[in-house]
Design a protein. Sequence first.
Length: 112
Amino acid sequence: MSETADWLKTLGMSEYAERFADNDIGASVLRDLTDQDLTDQDLKVIGVALGHRRKLLRAIAETVASTTPQATAASEPEPRDDAERRQLTVDGAVGQARPRAAGHHRGLSKMP
């Protein structure tokens, strides 16, 4: 029995296994589905009853949701390199920083 037939059996719809096989809807197709890939109309075309179409579409949506990686609030933020940088002038003494005085030009200060 194929994976698709097994999946349909777990949903209680094993009667559609042959229709899925006839339409090349196999395990690889089901694994890569998004909720937009297999529509209600598609299922209707292959002869799936309305109630079963709804049940299949819900099962597909749940499968897609459970296999899609979701960001959690506890996850670490990605490192960024867009921090604001400002120039600081260090005047004479080690560890003592002062803002530039008005009229003070780089490289033109007088030494005492």
